[in-house]
Design a protein around this ligand. Structure first.
Ligand SMILES: [Zn+2]
Ligand SMILES: [Zn+2]
Length: 362
């Protein structure tokens, strides 16, 4: 292993107990890259809503109850961009991995490659998978060991500052749009269009040829959402979004991507849809509420309802490529790593447009 200049200890943002505060620890060990691993130096990392949920102890599993099996102390971060600084002892030339190469630190960390979901290209659901949110330390640290076989290898000509949020928010938004089966010229509503996930959903929908209606609130969000290419903006605080969507589209929207964390927004989105429309669920409202749409509405209107958890590595690379080519432009604000506690506070208040990226490497 080539390890010149790699320190033995590092600074990490640590959460000792769920529901507790995040503190910076400066003498946390730098991991050694083991068999089939590489060591990456973290350059930048996005901050995702699910980092906040995990820290707070409010992250929900598929049955809606809080996930309790979380590695403690917890080091969050799953929208990281790193640079390979060392290769594990068995990594040879044939792996095609080089010191200096850019890599992504995503939600999924390791997969089995053999289960039904891995074989189907939906490996984010792998029954033996681990992730950088509940099982392994994530990108809120200076150095990270990553699985060489499931490595997110990035092209070296991408801007590492903007790419972090693409790996979770971007991928989730891209997959949510793909799940709607939208076609060029179709109307797609993004509820929460001015947020970190929403502003990427607007742009990925546009990249698929959709006509986009952004729903959010305030003049700042209006300018922002129209500025990234939405055809229409509806302010839910001053207008009736359901009525307005029908006025714009005639029969209703073909699809709605809901990134809001409010259960009512999902039921309202169903009312915005035309016959045969698709509701693509992204946000996870707190408190485990159910979708309030009457079953008869779903049946008679022939609605489709889809959900998804991030996406596959292949879909991630597609989402990355659209950003690399300038088709989708993540709106980010770079702040120092030490700002993480304040960023969490601002996220709790919900007053962040676009996405925050922390600069981890000095
Ligand atoms: Zn995330
Ligand atoms: Zn698997």
């Amino acid at each position: 292993m080539a390890s010149t200049g790699i320190p033995k200890t590092q600074t990490v943002a640590l959460v000792r107990d769920l529901g507790g505060t995040v503190e910076f620890k400066t003498d946390y060990p730098v991991p050694m890259p083991g068999t089939n691993e590489v060591l990456a130096k973290v350059l930048y990392t996005g901050v995702c809503q699910s980092d906040l949920h995990t820290k707070a102890g409010t992250a929900a599993g598929p049955d809606g109850t809080p996930i309790t099996k979380i590695k403690l102390p917890h080091v969050g971060g799953h929208e990281g961009i790193g640079e390979i600084v060392a290769l594990g002892p068995d990594i040879t030339h044939s792996h095609g991995l080089k010191v200096g190469g850019l890599v992504g630190i995503r939600f999924s960390s390791r997969i089995c490659r053999r289960c039904e979901f891995c074989l189907a290209g939906t490996e984010q659901y792998c029954i033996k998978s681990t992730n950088h949110l509940h099982h392994e330390d994530g990108s809120f640290q200076q150095y990270i060991a990553l699985d060489a076989d499931y490595l997110t290898v990035l092209p070296n000509d991408v801007d590492p500052k903007v790419m972090g949020p693409v790996l979770c928010a971007g991928l989730t938004a891209y997959k949510a749009v793909l799940n709607t089966n939208i076609r060029p010229g179709n109307w797609l509503v993004v509820v929460g269009a001015g947020g970190g996930l929403g502003h990427l959903a607007v742009q990925y929908a546009k990249a698929q040829g959709a006509l986009v209606i952004g729903v959010d609130t305030g003049p700042g969000k209006r300018d922002f959402v129209l500025g990234i290419g939405a055809q229409e903006f509806i302010d839910f605080a001053t207008e009736d979004p359901i009525q307005k969507v029908h006025a714009i589209t005639g029969l209703g929207a073909h699809a709605a991507v809901v990134t809001a964390g409010n259960a009512k927004a999902f039921a309202h989105a169903c009312e915005m849809l035309r016959v045969g429309g698709t509701l693509s669920c992204v946000g996870i409202p707190p408190g485990n509420p159910c979708l309030e749409t009457p079953i008869c509405t779903i049946v008679i209107k022939g609605l489709r309802i889809t959900g998804n958890l991030v996406g596959s590595l292949k879909e991630c690379m597609e989402a990355v490529d659209l950003v690399r080519r300038g088709v989708v432009k993540p709106v980010i604000k770079v702040r120092p790593f030490k700002d993480l506690p304040q960023v969490y506070e601002e996220m709790e208040k919900g007053d962040i447009a676009g996405r925050i990226v922390l600069q981890v490497a000095e």
